[in-house]
Write a protein that binds this ligand. Structure first.
Ligand code: ARG
Ligand code: ZN
Length: 874
């Protein structure tokens, strides 16, 4: 039975202080908990969550309880005798080495050398001890860790250090006390052989803090970049939001065994190694940027998530959408804002738009769930961030800061809701933001249609806008939302026109925002001297799908002239999409392709253009984006047509490709990490891929050489990708070299698995099967599973969607096995079937039958069962 937002009631019992003591060992740990209880509801007996716990002892107010005085069944411990002010003591046994779900307390690495760690969000704390495991129960934690010193030299928990020392029998202890009340999902501990890099930091408000990044010994030299990034993030949050860190130590730990990206546990962040460890020999430029972003993200949670937390898990986007937005601002402040915006919107379109358009669609604030882990989605994170951005745009920078200050002041140390957030932002600015709540409640991507009409006599330009949102599961009817549209007008020479909008101030500006909040509205601009070309939805001012009756020449004009880097790119994306559609429908009379290619040929030679931006301009929308809104999709044909589109571009660019490639290779800054060097590598990668479409033999030879000589992973992987994906004769040797070169390096090996799993077309499946036999493949490691199976199912449409259904059958078998080990990772992998109902009928029927077969099996996890049920119902 699902849990519903509408059924929320406040907790009948709270906990004021929690004292935890852990006796740690690989096979069996004992956890002793003292909970100081506060009764809120005189009629409710004490009920605590507890999943799979082996209860060894239980006492109330110091008195051991007899068998009849408690009951533990269905993941609930009931103690009817508990009173307000009681202290409950429990002792349980955990088996971390048997925990394959990687939720609760588990072992990372080998029994001999690995370390113990925890993951509690969302509901892992109940696998560690009995507790009201819900985010609106905030308590003060003190934690004592005890273990054998030789096997577990490092003992870490969240909070300030509060003593450490020796015990009998070679054991030692460490104690941590956290003065800040917090929910149980932020609990963490780490114990084992770890090394660290540290730095002294002083916050803007004068607190000295030790920053420590921990990893296993073999990777300790890879922690420096994250340490720098952490310091940048801390400074930025002080300057941009006035937020200071609030403990004496800040620990960050890297693990290779992690279900997600990273976790913001109070004072003890835990990271998937992929998002923390950096080394040019194994880390690509894209990954460097991702590491900086995730380090920032987890740090920023200390205020948006930890100090102000969520009342319940329906409010997840309150912390995640807001923190992704803050992370985006941080990266934009450090790098090129337009480029960051392009990357974020591309990600939204690749991941969130399909989610919003399929059977798994849900609002940013879902109304119900079975397994909350299934709602750590692109909708909650990325669309949630877009909503915050939209509201921040409405308030302006100063107004948003005022609102955030009030939000922190009002809700610090408490659990809040999305209503609270909107109320604080609105009240600080004398505005009612309640209309934006509809964005949180309504699933589906709104479609906005724009039509412009120029009146030569009146010299006015009327922009007519309509919006509608297609139905989503459980929400057949949709209402209009407030949609801010940032826009500008150009004349035919590509010059910005001053704007005189009826009823608006700031006449004469060249950019303005109109808010469409009804199904249909018109906006009239006066004193427009020539028929204009509108640049709409600048900077992607709202997460909508915009259709505008542009002529291809209009888009080409924007692609050539729009100073808004984002909309310049966007014009190219729209042109490319139309060109792709024309190829698909066999419409030779469509001018889009010619305009797209011609405009890009000009951009290619534009000296002042950032090479990274050029690389993005030269990349058409991805295979998944291209089918947005289509039915009867044949992903293999989509791939073939997209490649044909790229080939036209490659032919247009002609010999420029080879010469630009050589130029970029000759700069000789290949080992540097600064922005210009990264931008050149990005362009070089794109140019090489296009060149390989036009002149494979020459490009392959260059790629093989680039592979061999590359000083870092960015160039090496780019070259390997071209060789493998284009089935170059040099591919096998490069793959063998890579496998041997990085035999001991998990993060590099993941790339080796992924690049092969993403080889387009029918050959991929045989490769994936063969790779399962590689000794480095294991189903127990989520990164490896994602590298091989995830890259195939999620990142290789033409390989996965074979017409014969073999890809689907393969994935279904693997899901069955994986679910028994790790339900969270299995459920995530199953979302690869998201678009199934929009496939052409042959594939659709195969998938339907397979999904129904798997869903009918007994003993599925609730995670996977929920995803399958929603896929089938949608
Ligand atoms: N809060 C983490 C973040 O920074 C994500 C953790 C989610 N974990 C999970 N098992 N659902 O985004
Ligand atoms: Zn987060």
């Amino acid at each position: 039975t699902p849990i519903r937002l509408a059924d929320y009631t406040p907790p009948p019992w709270r906990v004021s202080t929690v004292d935890l003591a852990f006796d740690l060992a690989i096979d069996a740990c004992e956890v002793t908990a003292h909970l100081a209880l506060v009764r809120e509801d005189a009629n409710a007996p004490l009920r605590l969550d507890g999943e799979g716990l082996e209860l060894l002892a239980i006492a109330l107010d110091g008195r051991p309880l007899a068998a009849g005085e408690w009951r533990y069944a269905d993941d609930m411990l009931e103690v009817p005798g508990a009173r307000d002010g009681s202290v409950l003591e429990t002792r349980v046994r955990l088996r971390p080495a048997d925990n394959t779900a990687l939720e609760g307390l588990y072992l990372s690495g080998s029994r001999e050398r690995g370390f113990l760690l925890t993951q509690c969000e969302a509901q892992g704390f109940r696998r560690i001890t009995f507790f009201p495991d819900r985010p609106d129960v905030l308590a003060c934690y003190s934690v004592t860790l005890r273990a054998d010193r030789a096997r577990f030299p490092v003992l870490l928990a969240g909070g300030n250090p509060a003593g450490a020392g020796d015990l009998d029998d070679g054991r030692h202890f460490a104690r941590f006390v956290d003065p800040h009340p917090r929910p149980s999902y932020l609990f963490a501990l780490v114990a084992g052989h770890l090394e660290h890099r540290e730095r002294d930091y002083v916050t803007a408000d004068g607190r000295p803090v030790k920053l420590k990044i921990w990893s296993e010994a073999d990777a300790i030299d890879r922690c420096g970049f994250a340490l720098d990034a952490l310091e940048r993030a801390m400074r930025w949050d002080e300057q941009a939001y006035g937020r200071n860190y609030d403990l004496d130590v800040f620990h960050v730990v890297a693990t290779h065994d992690f279900n997600m990206g990273a976790m913001e546990n109070k004072g003890l962040n835990i990271f998937n190694a992929k998002y923390l460890l950096a080394d040019p020999a194994v880390t690509t430029d894209d990954e460097y940027r991702a590491i900086e972003a995730v380090v920032g993200h987890e740090y920023f949670h200390n205020w948006t998530g930890n100090r102000v937390t969520c009342r319940d898990w329906f409010q997840l986007s309150l912390k995640e959408g807001l923190t992704v937005f803050r992370e985006q601002q941080f990266i934009a402040a450090l790098h090129v804002p337009a480029l960051k915006r392009i990357e974020d919107v591309a990600l939204l379109r690749r991941t969130q738009f399909p989610e919003d358009a399929g059977p798994l669609a849900h609002p940013v604030r879902p109304a119900e769930y079975r397994a909350i882990d299934n709602f750590y989605t692109a909708t909650v994170y990325e669309k949630g961030a877009e909503l915050v951005r939209m509201i921040a745009g409405r308030l302006g920078a100063a107004g948003f800061r005022r609102g955030m200050d009030l939000y922190f002041a009002r809700h610090d140390g408490r659990a809040a809701t999305i209503e609270d957030f909107l109320a604080a932002l609105g009240e600080a600015n004398g505005l009612d933001l309640a209309p934006y709540l509809a964005w949180y409640a309504q699933a589906g991507t709104p479609r906005v249609t724009a039509r412009g009409e120029y009146d030569e006599v009146a010299r006015s330009y009327t922009l007519q806008l309509r919006q509608s949102t297609p139905p989503t599961p459980g929400q057949p009817e949709k209402r209009p939302l407030p949609i801010p549209l940032k826009l500008a007008l150009f004349d035919r020479e590509g010059r910005l026109l001053p704007l005189h909008l009826d009823g608006a101030a700031s006449a004469g500006a060249t950019e303005c925002v109109v808010v469409l909040d009804e199904a249909e509205q018109s906006f009239v601009f006066r004193q427009v001297e020539t028929p204009p070309v509108p640049s709409l939805l600048r900077d992607f001012s709202a997460p909508v799908i915009l259709a505008c009756d542009y002529a291809p020449a209009d888009l080409a004009l924007l692609l050539a002239h729009d100073p808004d880097g984002f909309n310049r790119w966007e014009a190219g994306q729209q042109l490319a999409r139309r060109a792709w559609q024309a190829l698909r429908d066999g419409r030779d009379d469509d001018a889009s392709l010619a305009h797209w290619c011609a405009a890009l040929r000009r951009s290619f030679d534009e000296a002042s253009l950032d090479p990274a931006l050029l690389a993005e301009l030269l990349t058409p929308p991805g295979e998944i984006e291209l089918t947005e809104g289509d039915t009867a999709v044949d992903p293999v044909r989509v791939h073939v047509l997209r490649e044909r589109l790229e080939r036209h571009l490659a032919d247009t660019l002609g010999d420029r490709l080879a010469s630009r490639y050589h130029e970029l290779s000759a700069v000789g800054d290949d080992d540097r990490l600064d922005a210009p060097a990264q931008a050149r590598r990005r362009l070089k990668r794109r140019v090489l891929a296009l060149w390989a479409l036009r002149d494979p033999a020459a490009a392959f030879a260059a790629a093989a050489q680039q592979y061999a000589r590359a000083p870092g992973m960015t160039d090496r992987l780019a070259a390997l990708t071209v060789l493998v994906h284009r089935e170059a004769p040099q591919a096998a040797a490069a793959l063998a070299d890579f496998r041997a070169r990085h035999a001991e390096d998990a993060l590099a090996l993941d790339k080796w698995f992924a690049v092969q799993a993403q080889q387009p077309g029918d050959a991929a499946l045989a490769r994936v099967r063969a790779l399962e036999a590689d000794p480095a493949f294991t189903m127990k490691n989520p990164n490896r599973v994602r590298a091989l199976w995830g890259s195939y199912a999620h990142g290789n449409p033409s390989g996965f969607h074979r017409a014969d259904g073999a890809g689907y059958r393969f994935l279904i078998e693997r899901l069955r096995a994986l679910d028994a080990l790790n339900p969270q990772v299995a459920a995530r992998l199953a979302t690869a079937f998201n678009g199934w109902s929009r496939l052409e009928p042959g594939r659709r029927e195969i998938v339907r039958e397979l999904l129904a077969g798997l869903a009918a099996e007994p003993r599925l996890s609730s995670n996977l069962a929920e995803i399958l049920a929603r896929l089938l119902a949608g």
